[in-house]
Structure formats: C-alpha cells, structure tokens
Design a protein around this ligand. Structure first.
Ligand code: AQP
Length: 339
C-alpha cells in the first residue's frame, strides 16, 4: 500500500446483531465507495468492533457467530480484503493496550458528557459497566492507532469523533506530534436513518421491536411489510417538512436508494397517497440490498475463507498498530527492552 500518498480511512461496526439499513446507508455504503471507487485516494481499514460489543451482555456463542457474520457482511459489500485491511478488533491487541494509555489522558468529565453513554445506560440499567463509560476511549484508540485521516460514520458517532480529536490534541500537546488528528466523514445523505416505528429515535440493530428496523437479511416481503407499517402522519401528502418525521425518514431512505432528490420525490408522488409511496420505498430498498444479501449468503458458507481473510487482515492491521503503540509508549516513558 502507498501509505505516504494516500489518506487513511478507518471505521468499524459492532457485531451486536445483523446490520440494519441504518448501518448500511449511514456507514457501509460510504465505506464501499471509499474502498472501491476512490481507491486511488484512500487506504481503508475496516474492523468488526467485537471489543466494543461486550459493553452489553452477549452469549459467547452469539458473539462468535455474530463476529464472523459481520465480517462476512463487510466482504459482501464488495470490499476487497486484499486491497484493504478488513479485520477483527480483538485480533489486534494494540487496540486494548492503547485504550488503557488513552484512558489516562481522558477526563472523567468529558467522558461523562457522551450522549451514547447516557442512552445506553438507560437502555441497560442493569449493566452500566465501566466499559460502556470508556467506550469512546477505545474508539479513539481504534482510530489513532492507524493515524487515520478520515472516519466515515453516521451522525450518531460525531460526538465520539470530537472526543477522539480532543484526546489526540491533548496527547500531542504534551508529548509532541504522535497522533494524526482525524476528521469525521459524515455524508449528509443517510447520516441518521430513524426507526420506522419511532422516527424520533435512530434505527438500531438492538431495537427490541423488529418492526423499527430493516435488517440486511430481511426477506423481501418482510421489508415491504415493515415499510408499509412505518409510522407516518395523517396528512397523506409526500413532502419533506416539519412535523413529518416518519415521511422525512422514508424520503431519506428512498433518496439514498434511488439517488433522487427530495424535489424529484415530491413531484413523483404528487397527488398520490402514502400507500404508493411506501410501496416504492420498499421496492427501492429491496433492490438496493439484493446484491449484498446474495453475496453474504454465499460467503457465510465459506468459513475457512472468511477466517483466512480475517487472519491476513489482522496481520496487516498489526503492522500499523504496533508502530503507533510503540511510538506512544516510548513518548509516555515506558522502559523499552534492549533488542
Ligand atoms: N440509524 C443509523 N443511521 C445512520 N448511520 C447509522 N449507524 C448506526 N445506526 C445508524 C452507523 O453505523 C456504523 C456502525 O455502527 P455500530 O454498529 O458500530 O454502532 P451503533 O451506532 O451503536 O449502531 P446500532 O445499530 O445502533 O448498534 P447497537 O444497536 O448495537 O447499538 C456507525 O458508523 C454508525 O454511525
């Protein structure tokens, strides 16, 4: 890889379930564009963030299965594991090592302001663990280890990117230039896809109500049914506006899947009811997800291939991660062994 010339891109997804249309439109679609269509500009690192996922309680067998499944999804997007670094976070121990160091350069107060911590603590009041609290520091380690220039994420991760930048700047301020200060890469379209049942809440793969999200493995008829039962309003007029969160969300989804602007969508459905609109949205989503689903179903049956790609990915990632960790430890003052 021509690391010097190209910009480094890093992003990750938790293996907490089957990815949703929100993950796909907010993150995956851009990951694929950056890895394929913009391969001349970027070196991409994409990870399955299994260390992050244990902040909520998972059965060991589920964690193992979901990790491999999420890895298969990354490849199913069409991301070439030979040209990009596609790996599983726990296979590169430097993530946890750097996270510990960065914990000591993160203030309790700033970590306390993370809205995701507040949201997830409310969602799992029985398990508000320290890992959930220091989640953004591990995420900072994920990013800073690879000296990433850009981090393509959905809008929900913006605050975590800001704290990553603050930690990097603080560390650099004390020890001199150590980490690249990364920029968030939040594509406006699809940055926050909302729940189909509660359009004030983001679409989430761990939503207890499966009608709220579209999973990338939902059957076509299930996708159509979920879109048809999406919460809207009683106006029966398709336009993007205030008080129309449900329709705004469906317009966003339709626009991302078809490339049509909101004006074009409004004209297309002028004089038509929500029934026609929802059918069109459902069909557009089905078409969009079809190739990913087919490729995923092919790959998931080839465990040996997936594990082989994950091993190569871990080796490639380690090469970069070790370099940054070593540099960081030296700066902090850890005693180095003689060679
Ligand atoms: N609803 C969304 N709209 C746009 N982007 C989204 N992302 C997640 N939900 C939406 C983006 O997907 C990437 C991977 O997310 P993640 O799985 O690592 O964590 P998350 O943001 O916590 O996603 P979920 O689906 O809500 O997971 P659970 O239910 O496990 O908490 C990120 O770039 C994220 O921005």
């Amino acid at each position: 890889m021509e690391q010097e010339k190209k910009k480094i891109v890093l992003s990750a997804v938790q293996p907490t379930g089957t990815p949703t249309l929100g993950n796909y439109l907010g993150a995956f679609k851009n990951w694929k564009i950056m890895a394929n269509d913009m391969a001349q500009e970027y070196d991409c690192f994409y990870a399955v963030a299994d260390l992050h996922s244990i902040t909520v309680r998972l059965q060991p067998a589920d964690l193992r299965r979901q990790t491999l499944e999420m890895y298969a999804f990354l490849l199913a997007l069409g991301i070439d594991p030979e040209k990009n670094v596609v790996f599983i976070q726990s296979h590169v121990p430097e993530h946890a090592q750097l996270a510990w160091i960065l914990n000591c350069y993160t203030q309790f107060g700033e970590a306390s302001r993370m809205t995701q911590f507040k949201d997830k603590s409310e969602k799992h009041p029985e398990n508000v663990n320290v890992g959930l609290f220091s989640y953004p520091v591990l995420m900072a380690a994920d990013i800073l280890l690879y000296q990433a220039d850009y981090v393509p994420v959905g809008d929900d991760q913006k605050q975590h990117l800001e704290i990553t930048r603050d930690i990097a700047e603080r560390f650099n301020g004390i020890y001199g230039n150590t980490f690249k200060v990364p920029e968030p890469f939040i594509h406006k379209a699809g940055a926050r896809i909302m729940s189909l049942q509660d359009p004030a809440k983001k679409m989430s793969k761990s939503d207890a109500n499966p009608k709220g999200f579209i999973s990338l493995l939902d059957d076509d008829n299930v996708i159509l049914k979920k879109i048809k039962s999406a919460v809207t309003d009683s106006e029966a007029k398709v336009y993007y506006g205030e008080g129309k969160d449900g329709i705004n969300n469906l317009m966003e989804i339709y626009s991302c899947c078809t490339g049509k602007s909101f004006d074009e969508i409004e004209s297309e459905f002028d004089g038509k009811g929500y029934g026609d609109f929802k059918t069109a949205v459902g069909e557009a989503v089905i078409d969009e997800l079809k190739p990913v689903k087919a490729e995923y179903n092919r790959l998931i049956n080839d465990k040996a291939y997936l594990l082989q790609c994950a091993a190569t990915g871990a080796e490639m990632a380690s090469h970069f991660a070790q370099r940054t960790l070593k540099k960081t430890m030296k700066k902090v003052g850890f005693l180095q062994l003689e060679k």
